[in-house]
Design a protein around this ligand. Structure first.
Ligand code: ATP
Ligand code: MG
Length: 250
């Protein structure tokens, strides 16, 4: 579903991603860990085409992200075509970014109606199903400020799912939450993984990574230092840098 081939990204003269290569097979979960500033968010943002890569290639479901290739040359996509690519990729952030003046239901139906041109009735039906799935069937008429952080994050997940994405990207979805609210969000993510969604998750919830991830990736300084089966990697990292990071985390 995702193929990154030596992806590089710089901001000005600072190279943040220094050749990331990674494969995420369809229907699998990849967790990304690494120190602050290692480039995890930047990498997710490149996959979602919120950032344009400077070198290397990134494919989602076979589509080259951000560029069109013609006669061996790359041409940057128009904003319209880039937006069309982004539509199939759901993204959930640390801060949920819900529309504060719209109800939960309105938050979830907005993009399907405006972007996917669904009828209101169809969008509402799908939103009600998704809100039920994230355990918030009875809060459809609430405003975001009336919900806990964990509930807001579950609305954000439902909102992303309403676009029927083929890939879901999560950037530290639970790190802004009070500890007692983390479990409900992870439960929704666990169920989503079990349903076969392809997911990439930046998280430091090692229990989740160990149980749910098919692949764990440790990034540092803009490179993939080590990747592999999460249980093996957590129990016996090959690289000293991984070992030292994990020892600080646990
Ligand atoms: N828009 C930007 N302009 C300039 N520098 C940026 C920009 N976005 C990110 N950076 C820099 O890129 C580096 C990687 O940032 P990134 O947010 O990807 O790290 P991260 O691994 O997600 O860190 P954290 O764990 O703190 O979220 C940092 O040094 C950051 O300052
Ligand atoms: Mg980040």
């Amino acid at each position: 579903m995702v193929l990154a081939d030596r992806v590089c990204k710089s901001f000005g003269s600072v190279q943040v991603l220094k050749g990331i290569s990674l494969e995420v097979p369809r229907g699998t979960v990849t967790c990304l860990i690494g120190p602050s500033g290692s480039g995890k968010s930047t990498f997710l943002r490149c996959i979602n085409h919120l950032e344009v890569v400077n070198a290397g290639r990134l494919y989602v479901d076979g589509d080259l992200i951000g560029y069109r290739e013609r006669n061996g040359k790359l041409y940057e996509l128009s904003p319209k075509d880039a937006a069309a690519q982004r539509r199939d990729i759901g993204m959930v952030f640390q801060h949920f970014n819900l529309f504060p003046h719209r109800t939960v239901l309105e938050n979830v139906i907005e993009a399907p109606i405006l972007v996917k041109k669904k009828s209101r009735a169809e969008a509402v039906e799908r939103a009600e199903y998704l809100l039920d799935r994230v355990g918030l069937a009875n809060r459809a008429d609430a405003y975001p400020a009336q919900l806990s952080g964990g509930q807001q994050q579950r609305v954000a997940i439902a909102r992303a799912l309403a676009m029927d994405p083929k890939l879901m990207l999560f950037d530290e979805p639970t790190s802004a939450l009070d500890p007692e609210l983390v479990g409900d969000v992870l439960k929704v993510m666990r169920e989503l993984a079990a349903s076969g969604m392809t997911m990439m998750v930046v998280t430091h919830e090692m229990g989740f990574a160990r149980e749910v991830a098919d692949q764990l990736v440790f990034m540092d300084g803009g490179v993939v230092v080590e990747k592999g089966d999460p249980r093996e990697l957590l129990a016996d990292p090959r690289e000293e840098r991984t070992r030292s990071f994990l020892s600080k985390l646990l």
